[in-house]
Design a protein around this ligand. Structure first.
Ligand code: AMP
Length: 190
């Protein structure tokens, strides 16, 4: 299965991704984690990404598309993937669709985790990441609204959007995600 996770910072994408990748036996492709590793390793991509991330801005589309395109060529992605934090713009979503369809593959589902802004701020407060400072969080939320929310319409038009209430215990949200996955029939591609 190929699933995209969409939700604002603090919606619980990372937490839910952890069990979901084990449950579905698919690799977890978090562009945020990939970019943070690139920064730690001091690679060329890491050098480009560092300032954008620390300011809560999106890393430019070509950089992220290249990163995910390279990762998708690895054999563990042949039978599925969970995309966490990607795509974040319409250009990234269109690139992903093009990339998958070129190899006869397709996305099965886009899962939107719906969480109110008040809940998000409370959750992010306890996380302690450098880009979780209040002014940067506010900016990341604004970026989500402007750049990433349009993806909801994109996936809805294609009949792929599942809206999941992201408020509740990890187990409660997990059950809702499982139900959405079970009611989504696999497409007729490999
Ligand atoms: P995340 O861990 O998904 O919250 O991502 C942390 C930061 O990495 C974001 O605030 C962006 O600066 C950058 N980032 C992660 N994924 C993407 C993406 N798909 N497109 C652009 N920037 C990204």
């Amino acid at each position: 299965m190929r699933i995209v996770f969409i939700g604002p910072p603090g919606a619980g994408k990372g937490t839910q991704a952890q069990w979901l990748v084990e449950y579905l036996k698919i690799p977890h492709l978090s562009t945020g984690d990939m970019l943070r590793s690139a920064i730690d390793e001091g690679t060329a991509i890491g050098k480009v990404a560092a300032d954008y991330i620390s300011q809560g801005q999106l890393v430019p589309d070509p950089v992220v598309i290249q990163l995910i395109g390279d990762r998708l060529m690895e054999p563990d992605c042949d039978h599925g993937a969970l995309f966490d934090g990607f795509p974040r713009t319409l250009a990234q979503a269109a690139s992903l669709d093009d990339y998958l369809s070129e190899s006869g593959r397709a996305l099965d589902l886009a899962i939107q985790l719906v969480v109110s802004e008040q809940h998000l701020i409370e959750r992010l407060d306890g996380r302690g990441r450098e880009d979780d400072r209040p002014e940067i969080i506010r900016h990341r939320m604004e970026v989500f609204r402007q750049r990433t929310e349009p993806l909801l319409g994109y996936y809805e038009e294609r009949g792929k959007l599942a809206r999941i209430d992201g408020v509740g215990t990890v187990e409660e949200v997990s059950m809702r995600i499982k139900d959405a996955i079970e009611s989504c029939s696999p497409p007729k591609t490999k």
